[in-house]
Design a protein around this ligand. Structure first.
Ligand code: NAD
Length: 292
C-alpha cells in the first residue's frame, strides 16, 4: 500500500486561510494588522529567497512585513540597536534575524537582543528554556511545523519510539523536546552515532534533519514507519531533494513527507502563526487556533 503523503503545502494553505480570517476578524479591534520584521544582513543568496518567501506569505494573510536589509559590514552594535528599535515598535509583533549572518557577527548576541515575546522564530534562549519546561511561548518554526503535520494526520505519538537524526539547536534539539512532550520515547542520533541503521530501524517515527542529501535509504527504515524529511538540498542537475531517498523509502513507510512540499511550507506558516498569536495576545483578541 502506498504511504500516506504528509502534505505540508496543503496544510500550510489551510492554516494560512484560518490566519487570514483571524486577522480580518480582529482588525477593527486591534486597529492595525500584525507585523513581521525580518532583519537580513549581507547577501547570502539562499537567504534572499527565504526572506522573499516570508514577505509574500505575510501578504497572503494580510499581515505587514517590515524588511531591514543591512550590508555585511554593519557593526554588531548597530544591528543590536536596530533590533531594540524593532522591539519597541508597536507595529511589530514578530521579529526574526535571518540566519546565517555573515562571519564576524555574533548571532547568539543578536538572538539575545530580541524581545522574547516578539521572537517569531522561537530561538531566543528564554523561549528554548520555555520549551524545555513545557511552558507556553513562541516555538521554533521547523519542528513546530513537523508537529502540526503529525497532529493533523493523527499520527499516534504517545508511547511511540521516535528517532530524530540531527541535534542542531535549530531543528534536532527542539524537535526531540516537542516529541517528548507529546509522550514519545525519543532517541537523538548525530554525526558520532554508531550504527545509525540499527538505531533508525527501531523507529516507529523517524525525523531526519542531518543536512546530508539522501542519507536515509530503505536499509534504515522498518516497514510501517512514519518518516519526516526536514532536509532541503538543491540537486546539481536541478530541483530539490531531502535527506531521505524518497523513491526507496516511500514503499516501506506508513506515512512520509515529500521534498519539496512537506516540512518546508510549514516552517513559514509557523512563523506567521507565532506572529499572529503575539498580535492577538497584545490586543486581547480571541485566538481560536490550537496551540500547535
Ligand atoms: P545542521 O548542519 O546544523 O545539523 C545537522 C545535524 O545532523 C548535526 O547535529 C549532525 O550531528 C547531524 N548529522 C550530520 N551528519 C550525520 C550523519 N551522517 N548521521 C547522523 N547525524 C548526522 O543542520 P540543521 O540546521 O539542523 O538543518 C538540517 C537540514 O534541514 C538541512 O538540510 C537544512 O537545509 C534543513 N532545514 C530545513 C528547514 C525547512 O524549513 N524544511 C528548516 C531548517 C533546516
Amino acid at each position: 500500500m502506498a504511504a500516506l503523503l504528509l502534505d505540508g503545502r496543503a496544510l500550510a494553505t489551510r492554516l494560512e486561510a484560518q490566519l487570514a480570517d483571524l486577522i480580518s476578524a480582529g482588525l477593527a479591534k486591534a486597529g492595525r494588522p500584525p507585523g513581521l520584521a525580518v532583519l537580513r544582513v549581507g547577501d547570502d543568496p539562499a537567504s534572499g529567497v527565504y526572506v522573499a518567501n516570508k514577505e509574500k506569505a505575510c501578504g497572503r494573510i494580510g499581515a505587514l512585513s517590515f524588511g531591514a536589509h543591512l550590508p555585511a559590514n554593519t557593526p554588531q552594535a548597530q544591528l543590536e540597536a536596530e533590533l531594540r528599535r524593532l522591539n519597541a515598535d508597536p507595529a511589530v509583533d514578530g521579529i526574526l534575524v535571518q540566519l546565517p549572518v555573515p562571519e564576524g557577527l555574533d548571532d547568539r548576541a543578536l538572538l539575545l537582543a530580541l524581545d522574547p515575546d516578539k521572537d517569531a522564530d522561537g530561538l531566543h534562549p528564554l523561549n528554548l528554556g520555555r520549551l524545555v519546561r513545557g511552558e507556553a511561548g513562541p516555538r521554533s518554526c521547523t519542528p513546530a511545523g513537523v508537529m502540526a503535520l503529525l497532529k493533523t494526520a493523527e499520527i499516534p505519538l504517545s508511547g511511540a519510539r521516535a528517532v530524530v537524526v540531527g541535534r542542531s539547536i535549530l531543528v534536532g534539539q527542539p524537535m526531540a523536546l516537542m516529541l517528548q512532550q507529546a509522550d514519545a520515547t525519543v532517541t537523538v542520533a548525530h554525526s558520532r552515532t554508531k550504527d545509525l541503521v540499527a538505531l533508525t530501524r527501531q523507529a516507529e517515527l523517524l525525523v531526519v534533519a542531518a543536512g546530508r542529501p539522501g542519507l536515509i535509504g530503505a536499509e534504515h527504515v522498518s516497514p510501517g514507519t512514519v518518516v519526516v524529511d526536514v532536509g532541503i538540498h538543491r540537486r546539481p542537475e536541478g530541483g530539490l531533494c531531502g535527506d531521505v531517498r524518497f523513491a526507496e523509502v516511500e514503499p516501506l513507510a506508513k506515512a512520509i513527507t515529500p521534498v519539496p512540499g512537506g516540512v518546508g511550507p510549514m516552517t513559514v506558516t509557523m512563523l506567521l502563526l507565532n506572529t499572529v498569536r503575539a498580535w492577538a495576545r497584545s490586543h486581547a483578541l480571541a485566538y481560536p487556533l490550537p496551540l500547535l
